[in-house]
Design a protein around this ligand. Structure first.
Ligand code: HEC
Ligand code: HEC
Length: 327
């Protein structure tokens, strides 16, 4: 992992025809880990702006299998860039700290790598088509020294936009910073979440609210179709293991799970409480001592837990105009 400290600065070049990027410093509050930023793609406004435009532009899919759609067609800002789709659309926040992507982790590396996958393999983008557009010719010229409208540059620009999608202003963040108190109910929910009582914290680890790992949490007893992490590793212990989603903004990201099976947080909590199904690769955490027959939470405890989950909502993120459509 690379920790890069940056100062807002311009390249020290004086020739007025020379290529310059307006570097900026990404900021996130202290309790979040250092950013993972590649040396050759340091945050700058030109690439973030370009990435944002690509994200919202339906012409990205012209002539490809997703004709008519933009990234934002499935990833809606007011749902923390998730949506109701029947196929578990993963949200886009704080992915700057992820190094494996998609529910089964099929793409490993950094944001630049998953963007290559999205553009080349998922959208099958025709870059000649983008080159017809004057706004892109200009945008790429400003953002890249070679000015090329190609896969690599587009992936770099989109990766920068994603790195700027930082959610760190939830009530819970303010609480961690010592700026606000949680209500007694939220505190009770936090205690359930963060102790053996609810046991959520083992996988939804603070402060990112994910361990960036894969687990089978007992949604299904007989797997067919989507086998999760097993599809990548071919290890039988990974059958039905899926990427732990960050629970930030979870109030907005429903329906829940990789197959969108639950509409509400109440249903999710009831799954952990009483619905865990056995299968050979079930994560041992799900049935460890004391949990063999579920969590057995009282109605009050379930409500408390949900009240805590809602402290992870960050309206300033889902409403931030800088993350919205530039069109
Ligand atoms: C048709 C709907 C749809 C469109 C359009 C779409 N996505 Fe997604 N996206 C999904 C779904 C569904 C998943 C989860 C798929 C999986 O993991 O198997 C996902 C997952 C992702 C992830 C992984 C997140 C993580 O936590 O691992 C990234 C990154 C992503 N999409 C970026 C993009 C980008 C960039 C575009 C535009 C080029 C885009 N998506 C367009 C539906 C869509
Ligand atoms: C063993 C690891 C593990 C534990 C323990 C765990 N989770 Fe999860 N959680 C996951 C994984 C993995 C998923 C995604 C599973 C899938 O879709 O197949 C998930 C999904 C979720 C989701 C849906 C998120 C979304 O956007 O779809 C919520 C909400 C959630 N968990 C809350 C909790 C709560 C509350 C607890 C404690 C009662 C808890 N989790 C305990 C690993 C865990």
């Amino acid at each position: 992992m690379l920790l890069v400290l940056m100062n807002a600065c311009k390249d020290d070049v004086t020739d007025e025809n020379s290529f310059q990027l307006n570097y900026i410093e990404l900021s996130a509050h202290d309790s979040l880990p250092p950013f993972i930023i590649p040396e050759d793609n340091k945050p700058c406004t030109e690439r973030i702006d370009l990435g944002r435009r690509l994200y919202y532009d339906k012409s990205l899919s012209t002539g490809g299998p997703l004709e008519g759609q933009a990234c934002a067609s499935c990833h809606e800002q007011n749902k923390s860039f998730s949506s109701k789709n029947g196929v578990g659309v993963l949200p886009h926040h704080n992915l700057a700290w992820s190094s494996s992507f998609l529910w089964n982790g099929a793409v490993e590396g950094q944001l630049e790598d998953i963007m290559v996958f999205e553009l080349r393999d998922f959208f099958e983008v025709d870059f000649n088509n983008l080159a017809q557009n004057q706004a892109y010719r200009e945008g790429f010229r400003k953002a890249f020294e070679d000015g090329q409208i190609n896969l690599e540059n587009s992936a770099y620009a989109l990766a920068q936009f994603f790195r700027s999608l930082i959610s760190d202003k939830s009530k819970f963040d303010e609480f961690l910073q010592g700026n606000v108190l949680l209500t007694p109910q939220e505190m009770r929910g936090y205690a359930i979440f963060n102790s053996e009582r609810g046991d959520c914290f083992h996988c939804h680890t603070l402060p990112l609210m994910t361990d960036n790992d894969f687990h089978n949490i007992g949604l299904i007893d007989k797997f067919s179709g989507h086998l999760g992490r097993y599809e990548v590793t071919k290890r039988s212990s990974d059958v039905g293991a899926f990427k732990t989603p960050s629970l930030r903004n979870v109030e907005f990201t429903g329906p829940y799970m990789h197959d969108d099976r639950f509409e509400t947080l109440e249903e999710v909590v009831e799954h952990y409480n009483s619905g865990v199904k056995n299968s050979p690769a079930l994560d041992p955490i799900m049935t460890k001592s004391g949990k063999e027959t579920g969590l057995r939470l009282t109605e009050q405890e379930k409500e408390d837990l949900i009240a805590f989950l809602k402290t992870l909502s960050d309206p300033s993120f889902v409403e931030n105009p800088a993350h919205g459509s530039p069109f």
